[in-house]
Design a protein around this ligand. Sequence first.
Ligand code: FES
Length: 103
Amino acid sequence: MPNIKFHKKGQIYEGSVESNTNLVVRAGIKQFPYPNLAFKCGMGKCATCACQVLNGAEHLPPPNWKEKKQLGDKVDDGYRLVCQLWVTHDIELTQDVEPVNAA
Ligand code: FES
């Protein structure tokens, strides 16, 4: 089971999830990383769920067109839209206090 380390506001939250898990879907049903993961649309349209991947990016698929559109150059800094990711391996993420939005 993938282990998730989630940094937010100087705290680290950690938990295990089933393989092939979407963290925004989990937060939507009030499971870890709820309530610390900020999100809104769940559809790659708002960038509220944007996180920077600190470790484990090598196991993720390349950013999709929604991520590139919302995040712009931030994808080069390891930012992803968590609602667009299905996690299959350990991952460490940090979410900035202010939402990231390239638009
Ligand atoms: S929750 Fe809106 S882009 Fe991910």
